[in-house]
Ligand binder design. Structure first.
Ligand SMILES: [Zn+2]
Length: 78
């Protein structure tokens, strides 16, 4: 489970973070930089699952691992 900060006022979606302190830091930084320290009306936090956090790099890494395991199996059985 992770938290993702979104601000509909300026159409921003921050990267997902794993802890509430990280979320508070992301939220505070966005408020300071984009809204002069004020709370925008359109801000919200979404709880995202592990599938949404996984990037294409994670998928490529998993695919490469499966490929290596398959090649290892193939070498041992030929
Ligand atoms: Zn904003």
């Amino acid at each position: 489970m992770a938290y993702q900060y979104r601000c509909d006022d300026c159409g921003t979606t921050a990267r997902a973070v794993a802890t509430r302190p990280e979320l508070a830091a992301v939220k505070g930084r966005h408020r300071q930089l984009a809204h002069h320290g004020q709370r925008p009306d359109g801000e919200r936090v979404e709880i995202v699952g592990i599938r949404q956090r996984a990037s294409w790099r994670t998928g490529c890494g998993a695919l490469a691992l499966v490929g290596l395991v398959f090649l290892d199996w193939l070498v041992r059985h030929i």
